[in-house]
Design a protein around this ligand. Structure first.
Ligand code: ATP
Length: 591
């Protein structure tokens, strides 16, 4: 598990391998300087003070004590200066590698999410995905730069210290290093509970995100039903759970740091006791004792800091795993290879014995056989929940059927590249989605290269042009977040203009006029009539008045086609459609 995670993480480090090598070189230099730090003090104690041994270097012999002291002090300042400068550089290097890795991982995750099917997105909580993109991706930086580098640094320091110490006193060296196994045992004992706490903490935090996301999108309903207090209580309950999980994690981290400090203190005491006895017996100089104890402090420092960041490491590990969990999900809509010719599809569509279910054993569409000829206008009607939207959503492959196939111009839609396939289909979907962009950008969303005059023509056909030019900046006026500054009907017309501009050979119009008044509906239908000429068109309609002109009407009930024919044909017999039509007509008449 850890190895797989490491391999995947390393893939993101690979592009920055040269920078990483620079960071390693900096670590080695920094540790060499760290090892040098206690030497000036040792030299002063052992060699410069009265009665000390003369310094072993020829070129320093004959100098007065004061001069030697000055040279050693200048050396000390130089070591600290170099160390300080290098530390700053090293921080910059590691942060820049870490941040770039986060950026790459985030880009991959976002791109992958966009390619996962709607079936995946229906299952997933938006808030959880947001949390994974916004927060979990940072974990790759913590995992590599805040963990790998300190561990590497500790190892380099340990080796350097071992080489120096073993020459001075092998027994003391052994004693000092004997603390390491005890530290690692403590580390492994607390590993599992910390990991569990970190996972819970991530999950609870993402629950809070999901709740906020859901409630902000449903603010209108919450306020309409005055549910603010209840929703606040729910939020606080989730937030408290998250707090509890975090506190559990911090408690375990503190416990861990405490245990490490205790083990380090025992180790230091042991070394000082043995070393002091050796000094008293004349086997060790006071300077060497100082050197050993300061090395010990420097050794425990990185181990201590690893231990303190250990909880964070576990947190980071879980975060990175949550990101890879999504990246590992195979695209459930495998890409085909075929593309449509440049002139576009002819638009002959067939549902060939198609069955589909969103959830196992709950069929939404059952053995659908339907042929739509090139340029035909087909209306799909039926009671709510009959499967009308599902039927048309198989065409652009929002979902793939479990049984049967959908073909365009005789070829299974699964064989086409998704981009090429979807470029053939202009869609007006429910609910009408409008982006917080300008009117022009909204209409040209599917064809950003469209000229202004093309955009205006589409807007005129969709009966939205007059509204646009009445705004302060006309086509450059920005539409509010989620189209809030537009009415439902206006948003619908904007999405119709978007579909018109795409100029695709196949059109899917899901309730294209459901939110407009009768007069606007007539105007839009007139525009759509012009638009649909020569294009294969599928219209899902509740208002049966809009389907009179259709070449064929398909009546769907409980996932099955129960009737099919022209308006005149269906009205002339005692059909379900005729009954539905008469009911609607008489209801409208009553109004
Ligand atoms: P309406 O006229 O109300 O828009 P419809 O005829 O277009 O309805 P669909 O939206 O296709 O019906 O839904 C058909 C059935 O599939 C319904 O029972 C619905 O609850 C179910 N359904 C739709 N989308 C999903 C989904 N993403 N996951 C699970 N079930 C779904």
């Amino acid at each position: 598990m850890i190895i797989i995670l490491a391999r995947k993480t390393l893939r993101y480090l690979l592009p920055y391998r040269f920078l990483f090598l620079v960071a390693i070189a900096q670590v080695i230099l920094l540790n060499a300087l760290e090892l040098l730090k206690p030497w000036p003090l040792k030299l002063i104690i052992d060699n410069v003070q009265v009665g000390g041994q003369p310094l072993p270097w020829e070129f320093l012999k004959g100098l007065s004590r004061e001069t030697l002291l000055l040279i050693i002090c200048i050396g000390l300042v130089l070591i600290y200066l170099l160390w300080g400068g290098l530390s700053v550089l090293h921080n910059y290097t590691t942060i820049s590698i870490g941040q770039r890795m986060v950026n790459d991982l985030r880009g991959d995750l976002y791109s992958h999410l966009q390619r996962l099917s709607l079936a995946f997105h229906n299952r997933q909580q938006v808030g959880d995905l947001l949390y994974r993109i916004a927060t979990d991706t940072y974990a790759i930086q913590s995992l590599t730069m805040n963990t790998a580098i300190p561990i590497l640094s500790a190892v380099v320091f340990l080796v350097g210290m071992f080489v120096i110490m073993v020459q001075l006193d092998p027994l003391l060296t052994f004693l000092a290093l004997s603390v390491c196994p005890a530290l690692f045992i403590t580390l492994s004992l607390l590993n599992r509970p910390i990991n569990r706490a970190a996972t819970q903490s991530h999950q609870q935090e993402s629950v809070v995100y999901s709740l906020v996301q859901r409630n902000i999108s449903a603010m209108r309903i919450i306020q309409a039903f005055t549910k603010e207090d209840e929703e606040h209580k729910k939020f606080m309950a989730a937030s408290r759970e998250s707090l509890a999980a975090r506190l559990r994690l911090y408690n375990l981290q503190s416990l861990y740091s405490g245990a490490v400090s205790l083990v380090s203190a025992v180790g230091t005491a042991l070394v000082v006791w043995v070393a002091a006895n050796q000094v008293l017996a004349g086997d060790l100089t006071v300077g060497e004792l100082v050197l050993f104890t300061s090395y010990l402090a420097s050794l425990y420092d990185p181990i201590n800091s690893i231990s303190q960041t250990y909880g964070m490491t576990q947190w980071a590990q879980v975060g990175v795993m949550r990101v890879f969990e999504i990246l590992d999900i195979e695209r459930d809509l495998p890409e085909g290879t075929k593309t449509f010719p440049a002139v576009g599809a002819r638009g002959e569509i067939v549902w060939d014995n198609v069955s589909f279910d969103y959830l196992p054993d709950q069929p939404t569409l059952k053995q659908i056989n339907l042929r739509v000829r090139m340029g035909q206008k087909v209306a799909i009607v039926g009671p709510t929940g009959a499967g009308k939207s599902t039927l048309v959503s198989l065409l652009p492959r929002f979902y793939d059927p479990q049984v049967g196939r959908v073909t365009i111009d005789g070829i299974d839609v699964r064989e086409f590249q998704l981009k090429s396939l979807r470029r053939q289909i202009g869609m007006v979907l429910q609910p009408p989605i409008v982006f917080p962009l300008s009117f022009r950008e909204n209409i040209a969303y599917g064809r950003p290269d469209a000229t202004l005059s093309e955009v205006v023509t589409a807007a005129r056909l969709a009966r939205i042009h007059d509204l646009i030019i009445s705004t302060p900046q006309g086509y450059d006026t920005a539409v509010g977040e989620r189209g809030a500054t537009l009415s439902e009907g206006e948003r619908q017309r904007l999405t119709i203009a978007r579909a018109i501009l795409l100029d695709a050979p196949i059109l899917i119009l899901d309730e294209p006029t459901s939110s407009v008044d009768a007069e606007t509906e007539a105007l839009i239908m007139e525009g759509l009539d012009r638009l649909t000429v020569g294009r294969t068109t599928l219209i899902i309609a509740h208002r049966l008045s809009t389907v009179r002109q259709a070449d064929s009407i398909v009546v769907l009930r409980a996932g099955q086609i129960v009737e099919q024919g022209t308006f005149a044909e269906l009205m002339s017999r005692r059909s379900e459609f005729a009954a539905l039509y008469r009911t609607q007509f008489s209801l409208q008449g009553e109004k």
